[in-house]
Design a protein around this ligand. Structure first.
Ligand SMILES: NC(=O)c1ccc[n+]([C@@H]2O[C@H](COP(=O)([O-])OP(=O)(O)OC[C@H]3O[C@@H](n4cnc5c(N)ncnc54)[C@H](OP(=O)(O)O)[C@@H]3O)[C@@H](O)[C@H]2O)c1
Length: 165
């Protein structure tokens, strides 16, 4: 049986997730949550996410990068040319599979029709940006957990949602 897919995303109310290749906010509590969730696990991610995540190779993470650039591969890094190839590699490794974006990786994952758990930090603001999380609210998610929080700049909610087709 294929593994459950964990999607990790922090998204504004207008579905923005990124700007100029970076996160459009700095929310330390969310960053810590993201790092804790993915430590020791397989992280499937696009090339830009890989190149801009300073801690991707720390804390026992095993990245599977989706890219045409095979030269990114190393002892620690697997490279795949498509999401399906990345998931096949991820299935062969021990640990949970965490899908960490970006936009196209999320869209293709949501379209797979596989059981998935969405670890969503919904930032309660409309934020300017150029990268988006696809619309997810049309799927019949079951809410497993929800926690409201805030810092000096943003209010946000940590959701754990599960969808079984
Ligand atoms: N808020 C959040 O939770 C969150 C999460 C993730 C990302 N982000 C933000 O989103 C932005 C990065 O995401 P992005 O969507 O621009 O880029 P990305 O997906 O990280 O990287 C894009 C590149 O990855 C490869 N790629 C991605 N999907 C592919 C697919 N389905 N098949 C084949 N190749 C694929 C291609 O690499 P090659 O060109 O090398 O072939 C493509 O040029 C940043 O601003 C980042 O901070 C935010």
């Amino acid at each position: 049986m294929p593994k459950l897919l964990h999607l990790q995303v922090a998204c504004a109310e207008n579905r923005v997730i990124g700007r100029d290749g970076r996160l459009p906010w700095r929310i330390p509590e969310d960053l810590k949550f993201f790092h804790d969730q993915t430590a020791g696990q397989i992280v499937v991610l696009g090339r830009v996410c890989f190149e801009t995540w300073p801690r991707v190779l720390q804390d026992g993470r095993r990245p599977v990068v989706v890219s045409r650039n095979a030269a990114l591969a190393s002892d620690q890094v697997r490279v795949a040319t498509s999401l399906s190839e990345a998931l096949a590699i991820a299935e062969s490794l021990p640990g949970e599979i965490h899908i960490c974006g970006g936009q196209r990786i999320y869209a293709e994952t949501l379209a797979l029709g596989r059981p998935m758990r969405l670890h969503l930090t919904l930032v309660h603001a409309d934020v300017p940006g150029d990268t988006f999380f696809p619309e997810w609210r049309h799927l019949a998610w079951r809410e497993l957990d929800r926690r409201d929080s805030a810092d000096a700049n943003y209010r946000y909610t940590f959701y754990t949602l599960e969808w079984v087709p």
